[in-house]
Write a protein that binds this ligand. Structure first.
Ligand SMILES: [Zn+2]
Length: 318
């Protein structure tokens, strides 16, 4: 039994969004240590604010300021904070209804342990030392031990939402960290690629050969185990011309990415086509895998010089 592979996989990208008037006021307010919500047509106060009434879909523009103190409406304990979370020590994720608001805001609650947290507990905002107009301007919530009698009833107050140097856009960094395992079938496929062989698996029921193999036939639901060597030549079944340069990918645009049905395979895989001008790539073009020195997988596919394949030979593989 060959080794089942696994490797770290990180998917990350910056997501740039403009805020619009309501979210701009909300985030700029946080920078100024002011928490803003919106008042809906029926008089409810929503914090965090939304731009459209969730009931009537009416546009909402009436901003109000609420208190930086509130009540936990529900919570869950986070035993192991992960990278990028608000606190580095264990904390509670809590929904906090700020005084003056009718809805609750999700944020971290800094507490010594789950025994120190309960629904109905009083909390207040702990502001971040450095604030830029982001939800992280609230560093977290913290328990707030003031006696009820000390607190005046909090009514939301009308706010213009106007601040100097308003924040109008944010960049949210999305990042997903995986340990990816391709499983038994694809591990065998990847091991074979390192020997410059392309090995698929045949379904015992419909006899189709899947490359790369997934371990089971998606049509019949049967496990596949019979290994079948395919390629290294194949036919372009369909393709696209790539005109946008990808970050960290050192390939000049435009180039062609194609679906390639390897000889003997009943499913097309995808690969880059090179060794031919991009505007001469066509359906039916015969290609073969090209391996660079020491590579564990084909770098690209190039034309073999054979006559193009007849459409009927690959029409079922599009
Ligand atoms: Zn099958």
């Amino acid at each position: 039994m060959p080794e089942v592979l696994k490797a770290p996989l990180v998917v990350e990208f910056p997501f740039t969004r403009s805020l619009g008037p309501v979210q701009s006021a909300f985030l700029t307010g946080l920078r100024e240590r002011v928490v803003l919500g919106v008042r809906t047509g029926d008089g409810r106060v929503l914090v965090p604010p939304v731009e459209y009434d969730p009931v009537t879909a009416e546009e909402i523009r009436d901003l109000v300021e609420v208190a930086p103190t509130g009540t936990v409406t529900t919570w869950a304990w986070n035993h192991e904070p992960r990278r990028g979370q608000p606190l580095t020590t264990p904390f509670a994720w809590a929904l906090v209804r700020l005084d003056g608001a009718d809805t609750a805001l999700l944020h971290a609650l800094d507490a010594p342990g789950p025994d120190a947290v309960h629904t109905g507990m009083r909390v207040r905002v702990r502001w971040a030392q450095e604030r830029s107009g982001a939800i992280t301007d609230i560093a977290c919530f913290e328990p707030y031990a003031a006696r009820q009698t000390d607190e005046a009833p909090t009514e939301p107050t009308v706010h213009t939402g106007e601040f100097a140097d308003a924040v109008t856009g944010i960049v949210a960094h999305a990042r997903l960290d995986y340990t990816y395992s391709p499983g038994r079938a694809q591990s065998a496929y990847i091991h074979a690629l390192a020997d410059r062989r392309m090995v698929g698996e045949r379904c015992p029921s419909c006899r189709k050969v899947y490359v790369p193999p997934r371990g089971a036939c998606p049509t019949c639901g049967q496990p596949t185990s019979e290994q079948v060597e395919v390629g290294p030549r194949g036919t372009v079944t369909t393709y696209c011309v790539v005109n946008i340069k990808a970050k960290n990918l050192d390939i000049e645009v435009p180039y062609v990415y194609a679906h390639i049905a390897l000889d003997g395979a009943d499913l097309a895989l995808h690969g880059r086509i090179a060794g031919i001008p991009y505007d001469q790539v066509r359906m039916g073009l015969r290609v073969e895998a090209v391996w660079t020195e020491g590579a564990r997988y084909p770098d690209h596919y190039r034309p073999t010089g054979e006559p193009d394949a007849e459409y009927d030979t690959y029409r079922e593989l599009l």
